[in-house]
Design a protein around this ligand. Structure first.
Ligand SMILES: [Zn+2]
Length: 154
């Protein structure tokens, strides 16, 4: 019997079933579990539930990190700046009117967008088996701890 070794890690695990990316992202945007679409994704405003209350999917594997605020600023900046410029060009309001309009509006829109954008990113990570969502992946934290231990010892 021949044992095939690839990549120096032994036999590769069988391929994982394909997940529907757009459906998972849509469910995440609705702040629902990317797997079942029924369980709530968040526990509070932005804290992702560790496990789906409906289907039991482990959600703590996500690594959204700074991506949700990055995409919120990217989207909101492009939309709001063009509106600000349009209002300035059309009406030329005094500076205090700009301040009174755009500061509360940008704050409100950022708070409204942040949650669905984070949910969308968690759905994307789940559908693509990123990070700990891949059952064959090595633990990111264990790898990081190993790297830190090696650098401290050297
Ligand atoms: Zn679920």
């Amino acid at each position: 019997m021949t044992v095939e070794i690839r990549g120096g890690r032994g036999l590769e695990p069988p391929p994982l079933p394909r997940r529907n990316l757009s459906e998972a992202m849509k469910r995440g945007a609705m702040c629902r579990c990317p797997r079942c679409g029924k369980g709530r994704l968040f526990d509070g405003y932005l804290k992702v539930r560790p496990v789906c209350e409906t289907c039991g999917e482990e959600l703590f594997h996500h690594r959204a990190d700074d991506a949700p605020p990055y995409f919120t600023i990217l989207i909101l900046g492009h939309v709001l700046i063009s509106v600000v410029i349009g209002v300035e060009a059309a009406f030329r309001p005094p500076l205090w009117v700009h301040m009174a309009m755009w500061i509360p509006l940008s704050t409100l829109l950022a708070l409204l967008l942040l949650r669905p954008i984070k949910g969308t990113l968690v759905g994307l990570q789940w559908a693509l088996y990123m990070h700990g969502f891949d059952p064959n992946a090595e633990d990111d934290y264990a790898l990081m701890a190993g790297e830190q231990g090696g650098s401290n010892g050297a």
